[in-house]
Each structure stands twice: as C-alpha cells, then as structure tokens.
Design a protein around this ligand. Sequence first.
Ligand code: ARG
Ligand code: ZN
Length: 861
Amino acid sequence: IVKRRADYQQPDFLIQTVDIHFELESHETIVTCSTTVTRNGKHDKPLVLDGEQLKLLSVKLDGKEQSDYLQDETSLTIHTLKNEFELTIQNQIDPKGNSSLEGLYQSSGAFCTQCEAEGFRKITYFLDRPDVLAKYQVTIVGDKTLYPYLLSNGNKVDSGELADNKHWVKWSDPFNKPCYLFALVAGDFDLLEDTFVTASNRSVKLELFVDKGKAERGYHALESLKKSMAWDETEFGLEYDLDIYMIVAVDFFNMGAMENKGLNVFNSKFVLANEQTATDEDFFNIEAVIGHEYFHNWTGNRITCRDWFQLSLKEGLTVFRDQQFSNDMSSPIVNRIKNVRIMREHQFAEDASAMSHPIRPDEVIEMNNFYTVTVYDKGAEVIRMLHTLLGKQGFRAGMDLYFQRFDGQAVTCDDFVQAMQDANNKDLTQFRRWYSQSGTPQVTVSDTYEQETGLYKIEFSQQTKPTFDQAEKLNLVIPMRFSLIDQNHNQQLNSVIEEQIVELTEQTQVIEFSNQSSKPVLSLLHDFCAPVKLNYAYSRSDLVALMLKSPDDFTRWDASQRVFSQCILQLADQGEITKTQSIKDTVAVFDQVINDANLDLALKTEMLTIPSFESLFQQVESVDVEQLRKSRLQLLEAFADTYQTQWFDLYKSIQIPKYEYTVEQVKQRKIRNLVLKYLAASQHQHAQSIIEQQFLTADNMTDSIGALAAAQLGDLAEFDSLMQQFEQKWQADPLVLDKWFALQANTDRADILARLELLMGHAQYTINNPNRVRALIGSFAFYNVSGFHNIDGSGYKFVADYLIKLNDINPQVASRMITPLIQWQKVDVKRQALMQHQLMRIGDTPGLSKDLYEKITKSLP
Ligand code: ARG
Ligand code: ZN
C-alpha cells in the first residue's frame, strides 16, 4: 500500500474529454460518465480505473454494453481495447451516507464535492491522478425546489425543465484539468453578485453563494476576492481566465477551502463574517484564504502537479503568494510573525516527530496525510528563500518563465526550480536539497573580536540532525540576512552596518569585518530568512540591544521572545521554581518597550506577548510538560504584576471609535486585549469590572472574545458566568459557538474531561461537523496542556476514545486530530509510555482507516 515517488510512471491511457451526467438523489445518485480514451504509447496493458464505494451499473465501450471486466474494492480493469475508444460507465453513489466529506456528499441539504486529492474515485471509475488532463462537460439534474442552483466548473451552456419538478443545467469548462479540480454544488443559497474588470478589460462575473439568510456576511469575502484579482495582476501579471468566478460556502468541510476551477468551495468559516460574528483574525484569515484559492488558478490549476508527491509545487508556492498578498493588505510584521509561529510551533514539531518528511515526500500511504505544515508552510519558506536569493525581479523572471514553459501542463518541483535557475542563470543544484531533505537545520553562530586590530570574525555552521525518516543529512543553501549594530547602541544611523546576505553552503563558513571600534552586536536571521533554528549565545544585553535597535522588526521581536524563553526554560530546568531574581531581571527588560511611544503598536504588542507553550516546547529535548507550563505561567504572572499600572493606563488610553476592520483599529484592539489579559492575570483590582464592562459594551466579536479570554485567566466563576451569557446569545450560530467551544476546551481546570463530555452533548455539537470537532476536541488535544498531558493519562485516553469513534465517520479529520498524540518524542518518559499505549489502542480498532494506520505505524517505536 505504500506508494513511492521513485516509482512514477506515465499513465497507460489518457482521457481527452469527459461528459459526465448526474441524476441527484440523496441516497441514490446516478452518475453516467462518458470519456474518450486513448492509449498512451505502445503497449498492450489493460485499462485500470480507480473507484471506491461505487455501485457499478454498466460499462459500455463505443456504445456496446460489456461484461468482460474485473472489479475489486478499489479498481475496475478492462481488457481487449482499441487504441482509441469511448467508454461509458454508469454507477450509483450515496451522497447522504457519505460522512467522510470526500467525493460527492450531502450535508445540511446541499450537495457538494471535494475531490482533492483522490476523491473523484468516490464519484465514478476514473484515472484519478493529476497528470490526466481532460476537458469536462457536466450535466446536473435535480429537484427544482430543493436545488434551485446546480453548479459546476466553467461556463453554464444550457439548461431546461423536466417532469416531476426537476430541472437540469449543463456546464462546460474550456480548460483542460485533472479530476481533482472537478466540482459540483447543488442547493438553495443566497447569492451575492459583483463584477471584476481585468487589466485587459474583460468583465468577470463574481458569484458568492452562502446559506439562506447569511448574505450580509458575505461582503468581506467578495471584497477580498476583488483585491486578490487585482493583486495578482499587478504583482505577477496574472489575469483571471474564465468569464465567471463562483465561490460557495458550506458548513461541512474537511479543510479550509478548495480551488476547483471556476467554482471554489469554502468552509463557511473562511467566508462568513461581520463585526458581530467574526473577530479581526477571522477577517484576516478570510482575506488570506480567498487569496490563496484565487492564486491557485495559476499556481495549481493552469499549471498543476504531475503526481501528488509534487504537492508543494502548488501549495508551497501558493502559500508564499498568499503571504505576500497579506503583507500588502495588512501589517507585514504581524503577518510575518504569524507565519513564523506556525513554523516554530507546528512545523518544527512535525519534523521532530515520526511524521517528519521533506516538502516533497518520497513515500505515502494516504495522500490526505500529506496536506501538512511541512508541504504548505515549510514549502512556502523554501520559495521565500528563492525569492531572497534571486531578488524580487529575479524571482518574477523565474515565475514568468515558469508560466511560459509549463502553462497547461502537469509538472514537478524540479521543473519549477529549473525555471528559476534558467531565468536567473544561477546554479540551484545544491538548493534543491531543500526538496529532498527533511528536518529542521540548526545554524550555530559564534564570533570573536580583536581589540588591537579591530577585526571581527563570525563563524557560521550548519547541521541537520537525523530525522525519523532520514538518517543522512547534507549541507543546504541557507541565505542568512544579518547586520552589525554598534555596541554602544548609538542611534546614529552609521552605527548600523547595512544588511548583509550571505549564502551558507558549507558546513562551516567564516566572515570577517575589519575596522570595528568595538565588538558589534549581531542582528541575525532578519525576517526569518530561513526555516532554521538559530543557536547563538546571546547575552541579555545583546538581546536588549536587538529589541531596541535592530534594523529588522522580526529580529526585534525574536529578541524579546528569546529574553522570555531563556528565563522560562531556566525555571523549568530547575525542577523547582525559585529563581525570583532571574524573573525580576527578565521582566525589567521590558520597561523600555512598554514606554517607547514611537514603537509601532503592532510590534509592541507582539514583543510584549509571552511565547506560547508550543514554541517553548520545541526548544527543549525531553521535558516535564507540566513543569514547563507552570514555569511559563509563573513568568507570565510576574510580568503581569510588575506592570499592573502600565497595563491599566495603556488600556484606558486607547479609545476606539465605531468598529471598522482597518489596520489601525486591529492594532488597537489587539494591544487592548493583550493588556486586559495581563490585568486579569495580575488580579488587578479593576480587572473584573473592566472585563465585564468590555464584554457588555463590545460592538464587535474581537472585543467579546478578548474579554472572555481575559476572564479565562482570572476567576473561573466569573468566566463561567460570562461564557453562559455568550452561549445564550449565540446558541443558534454554530460558527460563533465554535469560539466558545474552543475556549471551554482549553480552559485549565480539574474537571475538564467531565466538561468536555457535557459539551459533546450540546445541542449544537455534532461529531459529523469537522469545525465542531476541531473547536472542541482539537482545542483540547492541541492546546490544553494540563488536561491533555495529565499525568494520570486520562487526557490521552479521552482523545484516543474519540478518535476511535471518529475513525468510522471521518478518517481525514481523525488523522489530523491524532497529531498531538503522535508527538510524544519530546515529553518525559512516563508520559511517552502513556501516549504510546493509547496509540496502540487506536491501532487495534477494527476497520482502522489508511489515514490513521499510516500515522500510528510510523509513530510506534
Ligand atoms: N488544495 C486545497 C488548498 O490548499 C486543500 C485541499 C485539501 N483537501 C484534502 N482533503 N486533502 O486550498
Ligand atoms: Zn492550496
């Protein structure tokens, strides 16, 4: 069952055209699919089609019914074939019974599809692989009242009425596409319409479909779409290519969204928003995901992947593009920090686990398991390094050549790098190792200074430790952006040497600077220029200098996080928490940050934020997680106490007029909500009343959630009472309640498991909806450290029990949710044993899905 990248073979047959016909019924949908097929090359192999959970009704070759075929659980084999023929397959499927949300499924009334990666085979027998590109015609027949909208890819070319209150619509997509980009949606929706005029003056119809009654929550998504379309034109010269662009928001969806040609399907979480129901973060994410799916039209759809091992070809590149877009739309530093947190908290964790894999994996059992932070986010970091090495113009030249060479084709990561290489005349041979090598590289830096000669030497060395999947590691190309700062922290401009970029390619490299009047402070890893761990023995005073004077905002923030982390890790290491002097010294450092009136509010907020547990966890080897959690909390409380007055003044000083989603207001709300947490944590005498006041008077969801998050750190009785009011208000709105479920699930309390049981019985909770499961069970497993890692093993058992149930319902979601359990490598041995025991239990589940099987077999020692 293991598939290997090295085994790639061209398809034996190609499909030119697809004419597919759907007769929609909840439990008995009839699919009739006619394809024109040609033999690819000279051979006499049979045609082997992929298909799963299909009830086959008939097979016709050139119009003649066949009986000479072989059928098994996952395929249909047809022998004796001409070199060119028409194949018609009729089969039946059960969309309403499909709880996996893959293939064609029906949920809350509407039909919808999810075909990436290998879901089309749950619709009909087909060559379900991305290098088979065909032109599609789609006819959908359905009940007129239940499904007034019958949608598919491309342009609507015909429609009509039928008997029995039925109607039909026919769609035609002029672009060749792989079947994973096929989409069908049928249902009743509110429709928002708009138009976008392209740079070449073509008018594109924009249509956004949302649940009835939710139209007014769709405008932000629609605006985001227009911004995305304009941005891709100005930044990359890329225009939209069809006359219509449709987006449908659905409540039941396994992932964020899907870039089906001309018909994106979205998790409603990434479409629906108004200030009452959505936080600033939701608004941000919607813009980013709308951008992401839109950008796929060129990086993914026009040029697609030859095989699924190449997934990062489209995902890494498209994530990089959406990150650049977000940078241009909002605060670049906040955005960059967000990217880096994902890397440090989740991607580094993946690389340290048994699921470690290169951004272009070599072996896969279940493809859905490889839609990972490694393929997506590390993939984007690899693209970013190319951008750094080639410069903005060089990168653009490479992109242009890529489109020129490969438009309309299914290609590989190597093809992409080759285009970058050829357009820039730069040898990227060694750089390509980023595609084949897993693991988080460590860059270790040391320096020496000679007073007499003024010579300053920096030594860089790189090392990637063996990972679970790969023992041998080679040297990578690591672009290092850095600068030197005058030790006296002069603010004169000439005290900062212009930023340098060195390409680290060797195991060790030395760089020298002469004529330094004193030992400079090293400002390293500007803008997180490479996805590495940086080791350098920063002194406290170096870090303070960086926080205040580094020319790079990311490095300023990173220095602040290092100050906090050093102290917390030291406390955790003591075993017993005593080091009050160290805490005092650490906290004192931030006085200047708090009082710096010229500091950008967004950067200030980030610098004053204590590192998350998850990012601390990635900096240690084997740790008592409870000790680490307590150490973090101890520092947080000391920090909160020390600056009580300042928090209070800061909170009061920021007055925000009526809600608007603007960069400025977002910054203001964010710092207010951060200091509100510190007021709660320090039990400031007015904390409770301020929280209550904010909760009651908030004109937006950001501040309501901000108040609840603060209350969660204070008195739990008070928290519970506010939570109750929130639930009352939003009981009919599951998308909003997800925020409430998540807050419930990550609360630190002794009776957490009993609470979770109760919440699983909540009227709005259902195991069938991935958003609910992620909000409740996911928040607990990923973020409730005291509950999940309870030393009695009850947290692990709770999650395992749940995954055993979820395995039968939705294997994809179960497989995502097992992540915290398979990441046992860094915890203490006692907990390791408890986690492994639960993995073994899940492994014994009858009917275990491929998804869970792959992760469990990899992660059990
Ligand atoms: N291509 C989609 C995106 O990045 C993700 C779809 C993945 N779905 C899945 N079931 N694996 O936007
Ligand atoms: Zn994507």
